[in-house]
Design a protein around this ligand. Sequence first.
Ligand SMILES: Cc1cc2nc3c(=O)[nH]c(=O)nc-3n(C[C@H](O)[C@H](O)[C@H](O)COP(=O)(O)OP(=O)(O)OC[C@H]3O[C@@H](n4cnc5c(N)ncnc54)[C@H](O)[C@@H]3O)c2cc1C
Length: 600
Amino acid sequence: MDQQVDVVVVGGGSTGCGVVRDLARRGLDAVLVEKGNLTHGTTGRMHGLLHSGGRYAVSDQKSAKECIEENRVLRDIAAHCVEETGGMFVKRPEDSEEYFQEKLEGCRACDIPVEVLDGEEARRREPYLARDVEKAIALPDGAIDPFRLCVSNAADAREHGARIETHAPVTDVLVEDGEVVGVEVEHESGPGKRVHREPGTTEEIRARHVVNATGAWAGNVGEMAGVDVEVRPSKGVMTVMNTRQVDTVINRCRPKGDADIVVPHETACILGTTDEEVDDPEDYPEEDWEVDLMIETLSELVPALKDARTLRSFWGVRPLYEPPGTGTEDPTDITRDYFLLDHGERDDLPGMTTIVGGKLTTYRMMAESISDHVCDTLGHEATCDTAEAPLPGSESDARMEELMDEFGLRSPVARRSGQRLGSRADDVLGEYDPNPVVCECEGVTRAEVQDAIDDAGSDLNAVRLRTRASMGNCQGGFCTHRIAAELAQEYPESVVRDAEDELYQERWKGQRHALWGRQLSQAMLNHLLHATTMNRDGDPANLDSEVDFGAFDAGSPGGPAGASEGGESGTAAADGGRATDDATTDGGRAADDATTDGGR
Ligand SMILES: Cc1cc2nc3c(=O)[nH]c(=O)nc-3n(C[C@H](O)[C@H](O)[C@H](O)COP(=O)(O)OP(=O)(O)OC[C@H]3O[C@@H](n4cnc5c(N)ncnc54)[C@H](O)[C@@H]3O)c2cc1C
């Protein structure tokens, strides 16, 4: 059945989720359509830095001021998505003193609170900083969880009457008499419990206004409407280390450059990044030199990174936008500001507005400005309250101590569970007694996994994003089967096995870029556990045969073979034995570390 609404928002990243929340809270009838799951695009593939604005304090003070303003708002309304790590811009001997002073003055001019630390004090706060770090500027950078943030926004939108439709790509923008009047979506089957329209069916959603919030894909949706949106997608790599070598966001204090930030995130650290223009946001090379660059360059700031265990690497694509005719050659020079393109004014095509550029940190502000614009266009009078209204789940962490006693969990598990679940922690964790830990690396308990299954159904990747289960050192080697087993009460065996394979394959994808040292040992151990011990490749035991590393890449559920292409079976078996010990010991230790002292 086709639907007529006030506004269709296309794109379920931070921008789209923020926009649909804002519009719904202002009383408009809104629908969000997303081709994948929420955070399927860039929002699910970024550092998770809650900018203080320090990064832009010299080059782009408008952005810097927006960042510090929104940084304060998000700490307030989305406390359960934010970790207040603090940040530092550190200066090494070869970095310019003049630039250090400019950064300091820039921060002050943008109302970013700063403190200058000498090298000794910086190292006292972050003991793994290099000995030759001379000084640092401390400021309020933080870490933000984009998955929880988007889900909270979408949930709030739904509570205010919006429809959230995932796995529903827009295939056409409806234009009638020179005006956009809606979109056509194709319904696909999304995994999980969420009720989707019948797969393969098409729906016209007619609307008084369409918001194109598709980020790096905005040009494609523009094209469907017959207008040019000059997005310049720029890829960046991020490399995940197994523990928190630092607890503070560490930035290099220099004008610009690749590999200049380390963001602590949950039990890991994320190193970033590069900035390279690509033609297609879905299809670009993922190159090993980018990963090497992260580790080599950032080891200058935190030498422990050089020998640390690398878990995986992933890439994201910035939705940079340049007004026509600007012609900037170097993508690092393209502004990080956001742009609102009113296609009525710009292209004589009323009924649609595009929002591009910006940062996750400023998503709420972007959403407010586009919602103001939509309300003006529709003649709808309502004020924005998203800067004051807390997101669902963010009310308070105050019951943390109580939770630790109440559930008999070790404190970091309770802390993380409490942070992840926000105000729902009490209800969710109280559901199970006993409540065993299902994923040791990330300290995720059965209650949390079951709660995520209630929400996401059999889609274990969605369960992963909600809970972080399988995102630690073992990358699912020790826990995918346990997580899958949690499905068994409700789902038939075939669904459970498929869900397990899907999760395991997803974890393997990123590990391909981290196959050396201990992570290679872990990958081999995972393979041996899953293919051999659990016999998930369904292979009758044949000790003389070569390990079929190719099978995993081809989709066999056996485990992450391909770890050592061309490796001899004898080597694999012998190394595998040793590796098993190493990885087991290390995995166990790391898991303990992670659950007892915050993962450092
Ligand atoms: C390497 C890197 C690191 C970054 N780090 C940070 C950081 O630390 N802090 C920060 O504040 N910002 C950071 N950013 C920027 C930030 O991630 C992005 O600005 C932000 O996530 C963009 O969100 P969005 O909603 O506009 O786009 P997206 O998240 O890409 O959302 C667009 C959505 O549209 C959907 N879509 C596309 N086509 C269609 C269609 N036809 N039909 C339906 N849906 C469609 C996509 O699937 C996607 O989910 C980083 C960016 C990169 C690339």
